[in-house]
Design a binder for this molecule. Structure first.
Ligand code: NAI
Length: 331
């Protein structure tokens, strides 16, 4: 098949080319993000391969359909950026990579917890400048603290396991409690989780129900000085409310790998220009905020799985046999 690979970075090219053994598909790597402006680049391609910040709304899907595209192969687990109803109406099949390395994301969430707790990012800079003072670096023992996990799917359960290993108590909230959850995971109502957790980590998908799940009302129910970690999706958190929580001290530490308006920022080198997002820049001024640019998934194992599953999805679509991880709208 002829495939247009959007938002292609050098590492995508490396791993996807490796997975395309025998050059069985014809791949065109495009640096551009998929939008209504760039969709015409896919004219004549059977399939479009897209990542998390590519736009697959009704307008773009209509354009792809008119250009002959029959398959959208997502290189992600999340599919909140795809208008599935429109794709189905147009006869475009949408496939995804359901779980590529839940360990990668869970481990990154733990990295944010550890760095924020002991402020290693501040210590690094201080020591390089010959400043060995410890003021401002005070952490707390993780042992004995309560960790709240929102969303106990693949990633949330691994995060829970690791935190349990530190000696934390784990409370969790999920409308569908997992049968795979170990006995130490205590499912509690969300309000109980907010009120009892010292650290809250978000591992639920973005859905209409989880949009701004963490808003002013939720923050008001949390413990004073709570640590909040988001490696899920940016829009699960109301950024304005979180900034207010940081200013008041209610939120003591904030770790983000995803951000509400990240489509305009992440995955690009914007260091030579002006960042025109005042809300994001405000976040970067807090010493107790650590932001990474959607890199939680970024391990060699995850990129290998993403590339291999994506190519297997495309093989299955083309041949009509084998496993295809199809996404359909919840009607
Ligand atoms: P999963 O589908 O295995 O688990 C998601 C869990 O969230 C499910 O158990 C589901 O019942 C639960 N959930 C749904 N609505 C909820 C609600 N209102 N409150 C609490 N829980 C709710 O997904 P997985 O693989 O664990 O991934 C979780 C999320 O992590 C993805 O949806 C994606 O948004 C994000 N992600 C982020 C990455 C990154 O690089 N930062 C990479 C991969 C995924």
């Amino acid at each position: 098949m002829r495939i247009a690979v959007f938002s292609a970075k050098p590492y995508d090219r490396t791993f996807i080319t490796r997975a395309n053994a025998g050059e069985r598909h014809s791949l065109s790597f495009l640096e551009a993000r998929l939008t209504a402006d760039t969709a015409p680049l896919a004219n004549g391609f059977d399939a479009v391969c897209a990542f998390v910040n590519d736009c697959l709304d009704a307008t773009v899907l209509e354009q792809l359909h008119n250009g002959g595209t029959r398959l959208v192969a997502l290189r992600s687990a999340g599919f909140n950026h795809v208008d599935l109803a429109t794709a189905e109406r147009l006869g475009i099949t949408v496939v995804r990579v359901p779980a590529y390395s839940p360990h990668a994301v869970a481990e990154h969430a733990v990295a944010l917890v550890l760095s924020l707790n002991r402020m290693t990012y501040r210590a690094y800079n201080r020591v390089r400048e010959g400043n060995f003072a410890l003021d401002g670096l005070l952490g707390f023992d993780l042992h004995g603290k309560t960790v709240g996990v929102i969303g106990t799917g693949h990633i949330g359960l691994i995060f829970a396991d690791i935190m349990h290993g530190f000696g934390c108590r784990v409370v969790a909230s999920d409308p569908f409690p997992s049968p795979a959850a170990k006995s130490f995971v205590e499912y509690v109502p969300l309000a109980t989780l907010f009120a009892s957790a010292d650290i809250i980590s978000l591992h639920c998908p973005l859905t209409p129900e989880t949009h701004h799940l963490i808003n002013a009302d939720a923050i008001a129910q949390m413990k004073e000085g709570v640590m909040l970690i988001n490696t899920g999706r940016g829009r699960v958190v109301d950024t304005q409310a979180v900034i207010a929580g940081l200013k008041s001290g209610k939120i003591g530490r904030l770790g983000l790998d995803v951000y509400e308006e990240e489509e305009q920022l992440f995955f690009e080198d914007l260091s030579q220009g002006v960042i025109d997002d005042d809300q994001f820049m405000r976040l970067t001024t807090f010493h107790n905020v650590l932001i990474t640019g959607h890199q939680a998934f970024f391990t060699a194992e995850a990129l290998t799985n993403i590339a291999e599953t994506t190519l297997a999805n495309i093989d299955a679509f083309e041949s009509g046999s084998g496993t295809m991880h199809r996404v359909v709208s919840a009607k």
